[in-house]
Design a protein around this ligand. Sequence first.
Ligand code: TXD
Length: 305
Amino acid sequence: MKITVVGAGHVGATAALFLLQKQLGDVVLFDIVEGLPQGKALDLMEAAPVLGFETKIAGTNEYSDIKDADFVVITAGLARKPGMTREDLLKKNAEIIKEVTLKIKEYAGQAFILVVTNPLDVMTYHALKVSGFPKQRVFGQAGVLDGARFASFIAQKMQAPVSDIKPLVLGGHGDSMVPLPRLSTVKGQALTECLEPKELEPLIERTRNAGAEIVGLLKTGSAYYSPAASAVAMAEAVLCDQKKIMPASVLLDGEYGLKDVCIGVPVKLGKNGVEEIIELELKLEEKEALHQSAAVYQKAIKSLP
Ligand code: TXD
């Protein structure tokens, strides 16, 4: 398998490391900054004898090197700088996504595209439309990360092993995300039966703000270990045909009563990409929260250049 990671920054390089460690395929790390992907690739290659992986890694500034990639993870983008509005960021990253996606279409027309760049749900929609690829082959990573954050806070609160916790967070990757405690479980039991609402609320709030909490601490960047781990888990599900159910930002066409928007819902990931969109029975207020979240992105999509 040939896997390309576009963007050799924090998330991209970390995803490359995790991909190599799992030996999912040979990795090509692409960036526009000269020397950056080559330097990181060399460093990763030199980690192989210690970590014991046999997969190959190369760094490049040439799109021709991504030729015939099976799977592409897009992490290229800018972070919001002081004075930049969310709309400015959206326009800037939309330009980057367009450029990258057109190159993927040119050199790796059969690839799966996993979008990580923010604003995630809008960029996933943009990559899907620009590529013209079938919707099964273009999806975004957010819900796996948001769920992982929720799970780690629950584990901490309940002093339970993280493996006992099956979280569920749907909706967009932002303030409007929809953590679903009723459908999240601890050892198979609904979270709502394990914790009182007053204990649950701060965990939900912390999950919503988890990205900002890390930015506040790091000051010069955002989270990358858990976002990269989440992206690689999704790549693994597809490349190893795991048929795992995971939340992903995908194009909805009537599911959950929504159309023409990418947003996080549970899907089955396997060798054909998004093999199925799972429609859960949601309570009225949960469905309303999902629709409110979708409305945010339906509006944002309209401002795409
Ligand atoms: O869960 C999620 N989806 C997210 C998303 C969690 C964390 C980070 N999230 C977003 O991922 C974040 O808001 C950014 O939009 C991306 C990448 O975050 P990262 O922390 O890796 O940013 P960096 O370190 O700034 O790296 C971005 C790289 C950098 O090396 C640039 O040179 C490169 O992107 N870049 C490009 N590469 C290729 N082509 C173009 N045009 C380009 N422009 C910038």
